[in-house]
Design a protein around this ligand. Structure first.
Ligand SMILES: NC(=O)c1ccc[n+]([C@@H]2O[C@H](COP(=O)([O-])OP(=O)(O)OC[C@H]3O[C@@H](n4cnc5c(N)ncnc54)[C@H](O)[C@@H]3O)[C@@H](O)[C@H]2O)c1
Ligand SMILES: [Zn+2]
Length: 364
């Protein structure tokens, strides 16, 4: 049996942020990060809170939120007991809020309405039942329908300040979500439709948003593509590109989207060499108006280069070769056990993952 779930209500389009003022809540907790607080973005959001509402802010979130941070925020959440919890930020803020909510509710707190307002385009976390929490050197993927926000407010204006490098990273994350959802072993016609739409938008609007951060039509389409890709993968799952990115990200602290982007051609090449995987890539290429899967791979490499993204893990400059080699086995093992691996289009061995990692490091 297949199922297609979409519990999150979406608010988007012209002046989407005004939806906030219509919400029937009076006691709010906003989870965000220091940049969004100090840059004035939070102040813009707060202007639209319901009249008479009081709010507290927890703004300590840092990229790739740790378990310690989640515990700290969960204590604040338990004290405030809001009727509306707002996650305002990139995937790190939304994931942190999800994990805090889970922890506080496991401790007996009644679930408030949970609204996610993404400021990157991005992770799609505003609609997914995934959250990624860093425990030691491991990025642990939590998957639970409880984590899916009740509402998502897509206001492209909040992404206006995203610098080009983060636009590139987060945009390539959208591409990777849509691609992995499409080729996933549990993809359906419903998730394929979402994945293809997201990929079509990325192909045209990511380069435009990267070149000109003020291209608001492209920014708007990208925040929608991010959410659409999120709907696809929360239903279809992801694959080893994400598993490898999680295993590397927990150890070397490279932005999630950048790691996905660097790894992607190596992961695709591996799959194209497997007769049991190639067909899904061929179908995707045709749906995107390309001749075949080889053209799809070439176009992804060209997009990555246009966005100024490195071709290999070694070029990132922050992954020491000796440490990489010493930890290779542990990285491959962590990726093999990652919760994204079971929906990969084909089964992979630890040695397959080691080979992909070696190729991605050397750029061959
Ligand atoms: N839950 C999911 O479904 C899911 C999916 C993919 C990734 N993730 C996780 O999400 C995290 C990555 O999220 P992300 O890529 O959105 O990055 P992020 O949230 O870590 O933010 C990256 C940087 O961009 C800044 N930033 C955010 N919004 C900005 C804005 N509007 N203007 C300027 N700067 C801004 C942040 O302050 C931060 O410094 C990773 O931990 C990843 O594992 C979760
Ligand atoms: Zn991702």
């Amino acid at each position: 049996m297949n199922a297609y779930k979409m519990k999150t209500e979406l608010f988007f389009g012209f002046r989407a942020v005004e939806h906030l003022s219509e919400m029937p809540y009076r006691n709010l907790l906003i989870i965000t990060d220091g940049f969004l607080e100090s840059s004035g973005a939070l102040a813009k959001l707060v202007q639209h809170l319901p009249a008479g509402a009081r709010y507290e802010t927890y703004s300590n979130v840092r990229p790739d939120p740790s378990q310690e941070l989640v515990d700290e925020g969960a204590a604040v959440l338990t004290r405030v007991r809001p009727d509306l919890l707002v996650a305002f930020g990139g995937g790190s803020c939304i994931d942190a809020a999800k994990a805090m909510l889970l922890s506080a509710c496991e401790g007996g707190m009644e679930r408030p309405y949970f609204l996610a307002v993404p400021t990157t385009a991005g992770t799609g976390s505003e609609v997914t039942n995934f959250a990624v929490v860093t425990r030691g050197s491991d990025k642990v993927v939590l998957i639970d329908d409880f984590l899916a926000p009740d509402g998502a407010l897509l206001e492209a204006d909040f992404t206006r300040t995203v610098p080009p490098a983060v636009t590139a990273d987060t945009g390539m994350d959208v591409l990777t979500h849509a691609l992995e959802a499409y080729v996933s072993s549990t993809a359906t016609s419903f998730t394929d439709a979402m994945a293809v739409k997201a990929l079509r938008i990325v192909c045209t609007d990511l380069p435009a948003a990267f070149r000109d951060g003020m291209a608001m039509r492209s920014r708007t389409r990208m925040i929608e593509a991010s959410c659409i890709a999120g709907i696809a993968f929360t239903n279809a799952g992801l694959g080893i590109n994400h598993s490898l990115a999680h295993a590397l990200g927990g150890r070397f602290h490279v932005a999630h989207g950048r790691l996905n982007a660097v790894l992607l051609p190596y992961v695709i090449r591996f799959h194209l060499g497997r007769s049991d995987c190639r067909e899904a890539y061929e179908r995707l290429a045709v749906e995107l108006g390309m001749a075949d899967a080889d053209e799809l791979l070439t176009r992804i490499c060209a997009l990555r280069a246009d966005l100024g993204i490195e071709n290999s893990l070694s070029e990132l400059g922050c992954i020491d070769a000796a440490r990489f080699e010493a930890e290779l086995s542990a990285i491959a093992e962590a990726a093999q056990h990652d919760r994204c691996t079971p929906t990969n289009p084909c089964a992979v061995s630890k040695q397959d993952l080691v080979n992909i990692l070696r190729d991605a490091f050397a750029g061959r």
